[in-house]
Design a protein around this ligand. Structure first.
Ligand SMILES: NC(=O)c1ccc[n+]([C@@H]2O[C@H](COP(=O)([O-])OP(=O)(O)OC[C@H]3O[C@@H](n4cnc5c(N)ncnc54)[C@H](OP(=O)(O)O)[C@@H]3O)[C@@H](O)[C@H]2O)c1
Length: 332
């Protein structure tokens, strides 16, 4: 197979730490697809907190990233410009969404190679930015709601009371919309400026997390939660405990030492209330499912802000700040 000799723009970092200033603009060779890979001309990249957490060294003990320099980011949409010899499902010119492996990244660039098995065709009704926003954020919301909270997203299940924390963020704004598709009564927390936004996504009750009622997670209508999709960190178990129904479960998206201890303790003591650490596992089926929902107008990706690749450090900084409403997108 011919190796690409062309160069492309990319943003990469050389070491742990450094934050936005650690991202360097470089010219590197356009990667060559292996036999089961497609080469994409990248049109949209979504930033997820895990991208800069890896730069911080949060997954250092697990050898993430595999090597330096590292081009971060995994959630990208673009056009297929070259295919490996064993690729069957895509052809040059197709618009696709893909999830690159976290270990290797490669997304924050003009071109990227992606595994066919983690790539999905984008319907013509869905933009590259709306698609790129989906993989990690929206599949986390879907899988937490369906696999742990037990919701059926076709709405055929029982009415369940769901709390979504940080409902204005990347994961949260999808979790609210999907929970409503699943026939849930949704209570949500966010900052005061986003209350109308989160109600617009379908939340039935919205709490400002900076007020005492919001910090206490107390449902204004006195509901006990069957499940909590917890997109924040630092909320003590006791706060969840008083608000959970008898068999309520908290899905913990940011597990730390203390929450892992609580989770283990709940198991050991056969507690009916549970705390479940959760890590998303993106599959092609999930990407196709979500793209179909967006195509049908049942789900929307809200874009907080868009940055050019030459301003990738500003996108990085915006995500580290932790106050995005929806998703942050980079467009090469
Ligand atoms: N385990 C997994 O598989 C998995 C997958 C995806 C994400 N995550 C993790 O989940 C977390 C959320 O991810 P994300 O992409 O949704 O982040 P994000 O988009 O950066 O979240 C930003 C939003 O959070 C809100 N917020 C911040 N602190 C809050 C609080 N105490 N209460 C309520 N809202 C608060 C902000 O509102 P204001 O601007 O009003 O403050 C902002 O709208 C991250 O830590 C991420 O690493 C885990």
């Amino acid at each position: 197979m011919a190796t690409n000799t062309n160069l492309m723009q990319a943003s990469q970092y050389d070491a742990y730490g450094g934050g936005p200033a650690g991202l360097k603009h470089v010219q590197v060779p356009v990667p060559t697809p292996n036999k089961n890979e497609v080469l994409l001309k990248v049109e949209a990249i979504s930033i997820n907190p895990v991208d800069w957490k890896i730069q911080k060294g949060v997954l250092r003990a697990f050898f993430f990233p595999r090597k330096f320099p590292h081009i971060p980011c995994t959630d990208i949409a673009g056009e297929v410009v070259q295919i490996g010899p064993q690729v069957n499902d895509f052809k040059v010119g197709d618009k696709v969404l893909t999830k690159l492996p976290l270990l290797y990244g490669g997304g924050l660039a003009e071109f990227a190679v992606a595994s066919e098995s983690l790539t999905a065709a984008i319907p013509s009704e869905v933009s590259a930015a709306e698609a790129a926003a989906l993989p990690i954020a929206c599949l986390t919301a879907r899988d937490a709601l369906t696999q742990i909270a037990g919701l059926k997203l076709d709405g055929t299940g029982h009415l369940r009371n769901i709390l979504v924390t940080a409902a204005s963020g990347g994961v949260g704004h999808y979790a609210v919309q999907l929970a409503k598709l699943g026939n849930a009564h949704v209570t949500a927390t966010c900052g005061a400026r986003n209350i109308d936004f989160v109600k617009g996504l379908g939340a039935d009750e919205v709490l400002d997390y900076r007020t005492p009622e919001g910090a206490a997670l107390r449902s204004p209508s006195g509901r006990k939660y069957d499940a909590v999709i917890n997109c924040t960190s630092g909320i003590p178990w006791a706060t969840f405990d008083t608000n959970l129904s008898e068999k309520g479960v908290v899905v913990d998206l940011t597990p730390d030492g203390s929450s892992l201890m609580t989770s283990a303790l709940k198991k050991l003591t056969f507690s009916k209330k549970k705390l479940v650490p959760f890590f998303v596992n993106v599959k092609r089926e999930g990407l196709e499912y979500l793209l179909q929902l967006v195509k049908e107008g049942k789900l929307k990706s809200v874009i907080d802000s868009r940055f050019s690749l030459s301003k990738a450090e500003d996108a990085w900084s915006k995500s580290i700040d932790g106050h995005a409403t929806g998703k942050i997108i980079v467009e090469p």
